[in-house]
Design a protein around this ligand. Structure first.
Ligand code: C2E
Ligand code: CA
Ligand code: CA
Ligand code: CA
Length: 281
């Protein structure tokens, strides 16, 4: 039995070692990808539930790996954050998204110009001069601040992040929109948002999935929507996959939604044609 225990221990160590090697390999491949610029952006429409027309697009990063093909951010964002590589990746995402938004603006009539929403990691805000960098990128791309939204995950609300809240307040004074992403998955409540520099709350897909079958979840979503409205916040419901979800949320008074029901993330050209199409999505 002692021998078996020893074998188990060895297997466990080999497993740990393997996982560590895998992470190191991922990190070094990611480092290479940053130097070579092996990333691309997909855009998913944020849709007005009243008209079924897009009002903005969320930019979502993908890694174009030379042998694996397109790699989802779920597989590399964590390592990117740990290693700090999210800083150069995030910089590229912002510049590329603004470049695309500028192209849309040149082509689309004034009344149909969408905003672009970019996911930003708390790690990026810890870099000195990040706010100035965003403002400079806007100026360089000739995109007005109101055409940019930044999305930060809810974990921000829980910790002590006063300097980041101050940065967000400055961005908002310039007209940049601020969204809290994946709302409902963390520990915070809407009460925390009361005096925060925020414009938008994105309700996590998890709640949208469950609300059709669970009266409790439905009550929760209803509560978030109405409280958000009383706080003057806009709500985006994420992960809308069916007409049932769409109709239910519209009836609750949720103003905006996002999900495969309308479109999965698409390239910049396809996003533009969704904006120029006469038919609502
Ligand atoms: P997220 O910000 O919550 O983005 C929404 C994710 O849900 C996207 O996955 C999107 O493709 C997916 N999605 C949208 N509608 C539906 C739907 O109806 N059904 C289902 N099942 N999924 C839907 P994606 O593109 O794989 O991104 C995953 C996460 O990676 C994002 O979650 C975000 O946290 C992170 N991420 C993506 N791009 C960036 C980036 O540029 N910077 C940072 N820091 N994180 C990013
Ligand atoms: Ca997001
Ligand atoms: Ca989200
Ligand atoms: Ca998410």
């Amino acid at each position: 039995a002692k021998g078996a225990g020893k074998n188990q221990w060895r297997r466990y160590q080999a497993h740990l070692h393997g996982a560590m090697v895998e992470r190191l390999e991922l990190r070094s491949a990611l480092d290479h990808a940053v130097n070579e610029g092996h990333f691309l952006l997909a855009y998913q429409p944020i849709v007005d539930l009243g008209s079924d027309e897009p009002v903005g697009f969320e930019a979502l990063v993908r890694w174009f790996h030379p042998t694996k093909g397109v790699v989802s951010p779920a597989e590399f964002i964590e390592v990117a954050e740990e290693s700090g590589l999210i800083v150069p990746i995030g910089r590229w995402v912002l510049e590329q998204a603004l470049h695309t938004a500028a192209q849309w603006r040149r082509i689309l009539p004034r009344t149909r110009q969408p905003y672009v929403s970019v996911n930003v990691s708390v790690r990026q805000f810890r870099e000195d001069g990040f706010v100035e960098e965003i403002l400079a990128a806007l100026a360089y791309a000739e995109v007005p601040p109101h055409a940019l939204m930044v999305e930060l995950t809810e974990t921000l609300l829980a910790g002590e992040h006063e300097p980041i809240w101050r940065d967000l307040a400055v961005l908002r004074e310039h007209g940049v929109r601020v969204a809290i992403d994946d709302f409902g998955t963390g520990y915070s409540s809407l009460g925390y948002l009361r005096h925060r520099p925020i414009d938008v709350v994105k309700i996590d897909k998890m709640f949208i999935d469950d609300m059709v079958d669970s009266p409790q979840q439905l009550a929760l979503v209803t509560g978030i929507v109405s409280l958000a409205q009383s706080l003057d916040l806009t709500v985006i419901a994420e992960g809308i996959e069916s007409g049932t979800h769409r109709d239910l949320l519209a009836r609750l008074g949720c103003p905006l939604g996002q999900g495969y029901f309308w479109s999965s993330p698409v390239d910049g050209t396809e996003a533009l044609s969704q904006m120029t199409a006469r038919q609502p999505l």
